[in-house]
Design a protein around this ligand. Structure first.
Ligand SMILES: Nc1ncnc2c1ncn2[C@@H]1O[C@H](COP(=O)(O)OP(=O)(O)OP(=O)(O)O)[C@@H](O)[C@H]1O
Length: 478
């Protein structure tokens, strides 16, 4: 029991925010994508992934390997195959509907109004073409539409298709209870078997229905007949009830739905919200509470807040070795750039400074903890930048061949300007060249040798060559 309370006590407020936020995101994705094919396939992929994890934990090498490959390929396939569906879900909503909109509040298409008006238009010989989209995006197939944002009403529909109205040509698109576009051009059907009395209006209805899951109603101006096109069929509809039935089927509504549907819908959403919470809590546990693991990592030390008048002359180490612990799932996904060791030089003084490296200097992602750090301190030598002109001396080694002496020697340039920390430069009086062997010299001549800068924090002034020319005269011993 005490273990349970200890566990409850170890949950931080950040963890609760984490789980709640991600559960909400998952729930919103469900709300946006449910009823689409993409969602069904996604649910399928999630199940395959779950089985794959189980297979892996049971040690079924071949099964888990094959399922892993299927999951990876399926993720790409879903994006490519359902790109239109995904795009229409994402584009058809404004910011609020995306994050907040309740599907219970989505206004249904007023079937009765549409049916009555369409048959009235038929009687009055007003030609019309009405598109009621399904789940697919129509954008790539329809063109030239004018955005419209009117609530569907008999008057609105009648006036759009009124022969003298500038937008009466073309089709309208009804989404929910709104006319969203007018004057839309639809692709024409290329079928040869359509009755000859079908003109372009009916061919346009059939053309869009063939290519998408939309339902299209055409009202003939000449005959006053109402025709419906859906999938690969196009047929006249004589009775308003038949049209109402076709629309209900298309919009997935059953006649006696009403309040019952709302209730079912609400239950479905509550279950989805609960499931999202359970799934996210499960994933959170998997991530944060799986086997505690220890890893070692070498991380370079970053020095921050250096007082501008100082430069770093020397540091005892450039990186520290960290041992970190946390859940194996978290450590597996840990990237080196998520870990940093920072030492602040804000309070450092000129000369040698020793800084302890503690928890406060080490930046770790949430859920990863410090076990140990080595070394536990770092020494930093700071100095003020300065420059000094010093002579260069040749570092002769070995001996001249028997009977020869070095009678004259000159170094060019004789002096160079060297830059470095002020205190360091106080102890530098001469710079030496790299060793030059005497054994090889038998006659007078010139040679060049590099200047040795030690310690390495010393630098030559800009424009100064890092080699000198040595002129020497070798003569015989008298
Ligand atoms: N590709 C199209 N997309 C949308 N609307 C179209 C398209 N082609 C024609 N129309 C509409 O159909 C009207 C012309 O209908 P047309 O008489 O050619 O066809 P119909 O099938 O014989 O119809 P009706 O029986 O009403 O005469 C155009 O004025 C226009 O409003």
């Amino acid at each position: 029991m005490s273990q349970f309370w200890a566990f409850i006590g170890s949950i931080r407020w950040q963890d609760l925010v984490d789980i709640t936020f991600n559960s909400y995101v998952l729930f919103r994705l469900y709300v946006l994508f449910r009823n689409t094919n993409a969602f069904r396939i996604l649910a399928g992929i999630a199940s395959v992934w779950l089985v794959q994890e189980m297979a892996a934990s049971l040690g079924l090498i071949l099964t888990s390997w094959a399922l892993q490959a299927i999951t990876a390929a399926a993720a790409i396939i879903i994006i490519v195959v359902f790109r239109n569906e995904i795009r229409s879900v994402l584009q058809a909503r404004n910011f609020k509907a995306f994050f907040w909109g309740s599907p219970l509040r989505e206004t249904p298409t007023p079937i009765e109004t549409i049916v009555d008006t369409v048959f009235q238009m038929g009687k009055k010989r007003i030609g019309a073409l009405i598109v009621i989209p399904g789940k697919e995006d129509l954008r790539e197939l329809v063109h030239g539409g004018i955005p419209w944002n009117g609530t569907v009403s008999p008057e609105m529909l009648m006036s759009i298709f009124w022969p003298n109205n500038p937008v009466h040509d073309g089709a309208i698109v009804i989404q929910g209870n709104r006319v969203v576009e007018v004057g839309v051009l639809l692709p024409l059907s290329q079928r040869q078997d359509l009755p000859t009395f079908y003109g372009t209006r009916h061919r346009a209805a059939g053309g869009l229905a063939e290519r998408t899951d939309a339902l299209v109603i055409a009202v003939s101006e000449e005959r006053g007949r109402v025709t419906v096109a859906k999938d690969n069929w196009i047929k006249p509809v004589l009775q308003p009830e038949d049209l109402a039935h076709l629309l209900q089927e298309h919009l997935n509504i059953s006649k006696d739905d009403g309040g019952d549907k709302q209730r079912r819908e609400r239950t479905r959403l509550v279950v989805a919200a609960l499931l999202s919470f359970i799934v996210m809590t499960g994933i959170w546990f998997g991530f944060t509470r799986s086997r505690d693991t220890l890893i070692a990592l070498s991380v370079p030390i970053e020095y921050v807040n250096r007082p501008f008048q100082y430069q770093i002359l020397e540091t005892s180490v450039t990186e520290v070795h960290l041992q970190l612990h946390g859940s194996s799932a978290l450590l597996k996904s840990l990237k080196p750039e998520q870990v940093a060791v920072r030492v602040s030089l804000a309070k450092a003084e000129e000369g040698r400074n020793v800084f302890p490296i503690t928890q406060e200097n080490i930046i770790l992602p949430p859920g990863v903890f410090l076990h140990s750090v080595n070394p536990a301190t770092v020494e930093v030598v700071l100095d003020t930048p300065a420059s000094k002109v010093v002579p260069v001396q040749v570092d002769w080694t070995g001996r001249l061949p028997e009977g020869l002496i070095l009678s004259e020697m000159a170094v060019e340039p004789e002096k160079v300007e060297v830059m470095g920390g002020k205190t360091l430069l106080e102890n530098i009086h001469t710079l030496y060249t790299a060793p030059v062997r005497l054994d090889n010299l038998s006659r007078s001549g010139t040679l060049s040798a590099g200047i040795i800068l030690s310690p390495s924090s010393l630098k030559l002034a800009p424009g100064t060559s890092d080699t000198v020319t040595i002129r020497y005269i070798v003569s015989e011993e008298q």
